[in-house]
Write a protein that binds this ligand. Sequence first.
Ligand code: ZN
Length: 463
Amino acid sequence: MAAPSTAPQRIVVENAAIATVDADDTGYASGHLVVAGNRIESVGPGSAPGDLANVVRRIDAAGHLVTPGLVNTHHHFYQWITRGLATDHNLFDWLVALYPAWARIDERMVRAAARGSLAMMARGGVTTAADHHYIHPVGSGDLSGAVIGAAAETGVRLTLARGSMDRGEKDGGLPPDFAVETTEGALAATEETVKRHHDASPDAMVQVAVAPCSPFSVSTELLRESAALARRLGVRLHTHGSETAEEEKFCHELFGMGPTDYFESTGFLGEDVWMAHCVHMNDSDIAAFARTRTGVAHCPSSNARLAAGIARVPDMLAAGVPVGLGVDGTASNESGELHTELRNALLVNRLGVHREAALSARQALRLGTHGGARVLGRADDTGSLEAGKLADFVLWRIDGLGHSTIADPVAALVLGAAAPVTASFVNGRQIVENGRLLTVDEDAVAREARTEARRLARVAARP
Ligand code: ZN
């Protein structure tokens, strides 16, 4: 008998190695995954049950590893059109070099940059991404709308962290005064963005967070009021923290305390908060993050590119701090890819005091999947392959030249060359096939981004 037309359509994936990244790190050398509608119905060893109705597609995934989709917890999509500049600078010098150009961005540029950032990530297995957008020049248009539109086009699940800056040079901050908003203006615009775009439902494709930029570009009042606003609206909080030694010095000079104590004094620690970088953290800072369950977005490539240092990820994990991975903006991590961050997180952390015990390949995969989902407050619904969770998953080809001699599929994915993505699904919808996006034309995205990068360079060169 035919199934009722309202029954969800099923997709069956079989014959694949599977890393579920569940609480026990369950893996299958050869297993199956069944999707019904936008959720995972079952995952397990061997073949799928033979009597499933409404199967619209059956994928023989021999030679592949299936993992949860990667979750990027920190990025600045607009930076796609300012890559490869100030390449030999530390954070503060790099920011000072780039602020004047960033202050000239407009809606068309941001749309093109967001499409580029999202396309690059998506074809490398990212299914959820956070965009921390903190520059809103006067008259630049609807930048949040541009980012949200780009995410909808590419099919990636989005957390839009509506950023802000109100501490310009005249107030002792780092950004030029023309690049900042007023405190009241930033708060009002952030509240409007949350009300207009935040979807609190479990399978939301767009969520919004409140995200003042950093201690050196935001007033104490804006930090405090942002924390209060986020809690009043029931959304998450995000910022940059403890990125460099210079930032630590800035906080001691201006506030008489280090960044973590300063954040705590403004209400900016808590289980609804995640912070990018957290490189310069002492034991008591890590204990404060663990006590308050504040999350961390670890960005190893960006930290290396800007010579910021090595975050103490093994100590954070041992203390129970939630940790995910971030690309960071592509002006400080030109590759724009997250799958390479799995490997870089492992390598960079092994250069620290914990040496070979710092991070395992499975821990690195967990950071890039479940850890990221937890940091974004979405671990109940994504970040692992378990019955009932959203169908966000990736088929990595590991039987080709780059990987066929590595027996452990997770070691192949994390330690080997960037594995080809045969398919990536978000919310049950396939968005990548054989390394190409199905949702947008990559070449058109590349052309449009180049046009807008050149336009920004021209506009920024004008006095
Ligand atoms: Zn950042």
